[in-house]
Ligand binder design. Structure first.
Ligand SMILES: CC(C)(COP(=O)(O)OP(=O)(O)OC[C@H]1O[C@@H](n2cnc3c(N)ncnc32)[C@H](O)[C@@H]1OP(=O)(O)O)[C@@H](O)C(=O)NCCC(=O)NCCS
Length: 161
């Protein structure tokens, strides 16, 4: 299995696995109320917790790909993450994005991860799970060429449409 700790390059971003030295930026991102609002995840509560999440992140070692940290080339700062997660229970690979608010609205959430999934990883299908209120994320997914194809009513009750 090839391990892709480095993801795609775009004009403005590098993509690489998140490391413990990124803990401050990772904490700022994942504790931010606006960022976390529609993610369905609990906010990180401490820098120690951020370090723990980074150290325990196993996707690169177990499936060869994962969510990459997005490094703004102009500053070298970690400003978000994006990438692909193997959702085994759904038998699907999911694409996701998360950026600090000061970087929203600049088109930084691009189709690069989706293209990497199809072209390099040779995936046949990529999905995304998004809340209907998350208009910006839905728009990004549309710009990645994705189409709405179903609804999840709650975690235990699927209803396609
Ligand atoms: C989702 C996210 C990555 C989008 O990043 P972004 O940098 O704002 O993306 P873009 O610059 O491409 O802009 C998003 C698009 O949505 C549109 N948009 C944003 N907010 C909107 C709103 N409230 N109503 C309508 N359109 C909106 C923008 O105009 C833009 O469309 P356009 O390119 O056609 O002009 C960013 O909002 C984010 O990090 N959110 C928090 C984490 C999150 O919810 N992630 C997704 C979980 S599923």
């Amino acid at each position: 299995m090839h391990i892709y700790r480095t993801g795609p390059q775009t004009e403005r971003l590098e993509h690489r696995a998140i490391i413990p030295d990124d803990a401050d930026a990772f904490f700022a991102l994942n504790s931010h109320p606006e960022v976390m609002r529609f993610t369905g995840e609990a906010r990180l509560e401490s820098l120690d917790q951020a370090r723990e999440v980074i150290v325990n992140y196993e996707d690169f070692d177990t499936v060869g790909f994962g969510r990459w940290g997005c490094i703004l080339k102009a500053s070298g700062s970690l400003i978000g993450f994006c990438g692909l997660i193997d959702l085994r229970d759904l038998d699907a690979v999911d694409v996701g994005f998360r950026f600090l608010p000061e970087y929203w609205g600049q088109g930084l959430a691009s189709a690069a991860s989706v293209a990497f999934g199809f072209d390099i990883l040779r995936l046949e299908r990529i999905i995304a799970l998004v809340l209907p209120q998350n208009v910006a994320s839905i728009r990004v997914l549309e710009k990645c060429g994705m189409q709405a194809d179903g609804s999840i009513i709650d975690e235990d009750n699927w209803r396609g449409s």
